[in-house]
Design a protein around this ligand. Structure first.
Ligand SMILES: *Cc1c(COP(=O)(O)O)cnc(C)c1O
Length: 377
């Protein structure tokens, strides 16, 4: 029901797509007092607010803003809540463009970033400095899927009035209730499972308290961040089926991870829902489900063999992003840019997203890929 009110939409189930910059006022008095439900296009409009309402409802936040990309949803909290001279701790497993932002624009603004081992948990305390203002978490981590002990990090950070921010895109609020675990700022790349069809770029940022929301919203307004109403509409449409898509994609992802774990060509599967994953205990304790994105480490083999395997796949596309209805693969190598930890991969690593295709068809596609891999040296 969130984000729609048929009584406000001429009876139609969904909100209309409202386009507009100017809002006209009936009188001078009203204009001078800005007496209107909407004052100008950059302050939001009914379509955007419908998405805000839906996103805030599923986050259980005090308030939410929406952004034109997931990346801007990641960078906005740094801009909104940090100032020159502050220090921020960022997980070494962070989404790489967020790291790039910290190393470029944030640095230029006089904010210092240091990276921490995602496995630290309560020991994060040893890295706090007098000027530490925030900890940026992401669980499981991008590419490498390390879990983080969010309750332990929240307890340590809040004892020192340090904010905890989280990129919760992997689990979505359906599978990790970040605000309930004390996360102050919760970020979603809505491009992924919210929109769900690889046809929209969008992000959401929700705040745990009204004070944090006021600060976040003020920065959102100051920067003039606004999204196209069509994108708000498409994201809302995607959100209506997100739970049912994930209900299909979660077991498909786990089944595929298990199938891959049993393959001789695979050295290791990185998926916190698998019982022998190092992050499994935390995942099981704090999360109520898993999405369908994970990674594998192959037994050592040439990149030519990896290319032979991946290039011939017919159902899996190769490309960034994920969370749509289609399956994807991509090779990655995180060793070059990580600084606090050095993942000890011996073979090539591949990220896999399982979409809504038939699981047996997907297995057959990968099975043929493994045959090409074995035939290439
Ligand atoms: C994709 C992604 C983002 C960024 O989203 P875009 O909409 O592509 O900018 C942020 N965080 C994570 C974990 C992501 O996977």
């Amino acid at each position: 029901m969130a984000g729609r009110d048929p009584a406000d939409s001429y009876g139609f189930v969904n909100p209309p797509i409202v386009r507009g910059s100017t809002v006209v006022y009936p009188s001078t008095e009203d204009f001078l007092a800005r007496k209107a439900r909407y004052t100008y296009g950059t302050q939001g409009n009914p379509t955007i607010d419908a998405l805000v309402a839906a996103a805030n409802t599923i986050e259980g936040g005090a308030g939410t803003v929406v952004t034109p990309s997931g990346l801007l949803a990641c960078t906005l909290p740094f801009l909104a809540h940090l100032s020159a001279g502050d220090h921020v701790l960022v997980t070494d497993s962070v989404y790489r463009p967020t790291r790039h932002f910290c190393e470029t624009m944030l640095k230029r603004m006089g904010i210092e970033t240091s990276y921490f081992d995602p496995g630290l948990g309560a020991d994060i305390e040893s890295l706090f400095k007098p000027n530490t203002k925030a900890v940026w978490t992401e669980a499981p981590g991008s590419q490498t899927f390390e879990m983080q002990d969010i309750p332990a990090i929240v307890a340590a950070a809040h004892a020192r009035d340090i904010l905890v921010m989280m990129d919760n895109t992997w689990a979505t609020p359906l599978f990790f209730d970040s605000h309930r675990f004390g996360v102050d700022i919760s970020v979603q790349a809505g491009t992924k499972y919210y929109a769900g069809h690889s046809d929209v770029l969008i992000g959401t940022v929700s705040a745990r308290t009204p004070e944090l929301y006021a600060q976040l919203r003020a920065s959102w307004e100051q920067l003039g961040i606004i999204i196209a109403p069509e994108d708000a509409f498409l994201t809302l449409r995607g959100m209506r089926t997100m739970a049912i898509r994930l209900k299909e994609q979660m077991p498909a992802g786990i089944a595929m991870a298990q199938w891959l774990a049993a393959r001789p060509e695979v050295a290791r599967v990185l998926h916190p829902a698998l019982p022998d994953d190092p992050g499994h205990a935390i995942w099981k304790r704090d999360f109520t489900g898993a999405s369908s994105l994970f990674a594998i480490e192959l037994a050592p083999v040439s990149m030519d063999a990896v290319a032979a395997m991946l290039d011939g796949l017919t159902l899996f596309g190769m490309g960034a992003s994920w969370g749509g209805y289609e399956s994807l693969v991509l090779p990655f190598d995180c060793r070059a840019y990580r600084t606090a930890t050095k993942p000890g991969f011996k073979g090539p690593t591949i990220r896999i997203h399982i979409g809504l295709e038939d699981l047996e068809d997907l297995k057959a596609d990968l099975d043929a890929g493994f045959a090409r891999l074995r035939a290439t040296t």
